[in-house]
Design a protein around this ligand. Structure first.
Ligand code: NAD
Ligand code: MG
Length: 372
């Protein structure tokens, strides 16, 4: 059963929360990079640390991370993978594994993923398979990575046939999120991250949804206090969901709210046309519309969600995609069990369920939020 502690907007945020997975439990810290050396975990020290980053993030932040790690490790090395989704492929994985072998890294090496979700997924997968598994720490530098991809242990790379088709569940030793690094994130990437923050409201937390409505202007200004509440709350919810269902046998699927429609949009329009978070924003509108039509959800929520997304500078009208193709893509979505599309729907604000719906209603939901 899913248990999420109550949302308290006013309370002073703790700087660490934890994800409860038995002997794979780990802390999520929200704090400046420079203090990462203070991580309490005893195993996070030793002979060798390898920081994996990319050509955008490394020049901005790697020296601060490396200085912090020098207090704990005898040697700290930096490996720079390519930027962007293209880095999630065999050649970059091989380059990391080869570098580790060249450095003589043994099972005590600790990898640090300094970057967005791409670097996190790639580094995590390298850590999962190098010498059958070594420790790694997530140091997420995009909003999306801080509130979503760095927590939960999914790692992997893409194939030409599809995204995330190869990977492993491998939990990090810790997550260290520095809110200040979000200051250099491009506006469009920041907004895309906000879509994944907003997602947690409709499926799990009405009070957080209302808090987002009151604080969207502060979040758009990247206000530190507002970000602290948003990132902490998103991580709390994700941690509770992952703790209840580490390998996505059930409740973890609610985190895919908006993703069935969203993945179809991303694939149908060609990857890169929309950022993932933008596709999720549009997908959430369609899933909410479908919830109104199929489950009688109060249609007022649709308006509230739309205006929240608009304030986050996210798209609210999808480019046209042929409706039959749209359905076909959703049937091919790896989350669709054998032909029937199971949508994450919200019978009431703050609750989610996984369920099939008539194609006719899904087509209406798509048309209501797409260009004709
Ligand atoms: P990303 O990692 O490509 O980062 C977006 C861009 O921002 C990149 O160009 C990056 O170099 C740049 N950047 C990162 N931090 C910056 C900073 N602080 N300042 C300036 N620029 C910065 O994209 P993303 O949205 O973070 O992650 C997307 C990836 O995450 C996808 O591959 C997706 O499959 C994966 N993902 C994984 C999970 C999971 O559970 N493992 C969940 C969601 C998404
Ligand atoms: Mg997502």
């Amino acid at each position: 059963a899913l248990e999420i502690q109550a949302f308290e907007a006013g309370s002073p945020p703790p700087h660490a929360l934890s994800i409860d997975l038995g002997d794979r439990s780990y802390p999520i810290h929200i704090g400046q990079l420079d203090w990462l050396g203070c991580l309490a975990e005893a195993q996070l020290g030793g002979r060798l640390a390898v920081v994996i980053s990319n050509p955008v993030v490394a020049p901005l932040y790697s020296s601060r991370l490396i200085s912090a790690l020098r207090t704990r490790f005898a040697a700290v090395e930096l490996h720079v993978a390519p930027d962007g989704e293209v880095a999630k492929e065999w050649s970059s994985l091989q380059a990391i594994l080869g570098k580790l072998a060249d450095l003589g890294a043994d099972r005590d090496v600790v990898l640090f993923a300094l970057g967005g979700g791409v670097i996190g997924d790639l580094t995590g997968f390298a850590a999962a398979i190098y010498m059958r598994g070594v420790c790694f720490v997530q140091v997420p530098t995009t909003l999306l990575a801080q509130v979503d991809s760095s927590v939960g242990g999914k790692t992997g790379i893409n194939l030409p046939q599809g995204k995330n088709l190869v990977g492993a569940f491998h939990q990090p030793q810790a997550v260290w999120a520095d809110l200040d690094v979000l200051g250099t994130l491009p506006a469009r990437e920041y907004s895309a991250g906000l879509a994944e923050v907003i997602k947690y409201g409709p499926v799990a937390d009405p009070a957080f949804f209302a808090w987002l409505e009151r604080n969207m202007d502060a979040l758009m200004a990247r206000d530190h206090t507002a970000l602290m509440t948003a990132v902490r709350r998103a991580c709390e919810i994700k941690a509770a969901v992952v703790a209840a269902d580490e390998r996505e046998g059930g409740v973890r699927a609610i985190l895919n709210f908006g993703h069935t429609f969203g993945h179809a949009l991303e694939a149908g329009l060609g990857y890169g046309a929309l950022l993932h978070g933008e596709a999720v924003a549009l997908g959430m509108l369609m899933a909410t519309e479908l919830s109104v039509r199929a489950l009688g959800l109060d249609s007022q929520l649709l308006q509230r969600l739309k205006s929240l997304l608009e304030r986050a500078q996210l798209p609210v009208r999808a480019p046209y995609l042929d409706p039959e193709r749209f359905l076909q893509l959703m049937r091919g979505d790896k989350k669709a069990a054998a032909g029937s599309i199971r949508y994450v729907l919200i019978p009431v604000l703050g609750q989610a369920c996984l369920q099939v719906a008539p194609d006719a209603l899904a087509l209406e939901a798509i048309a209501s939020h797409s260009a004709s």
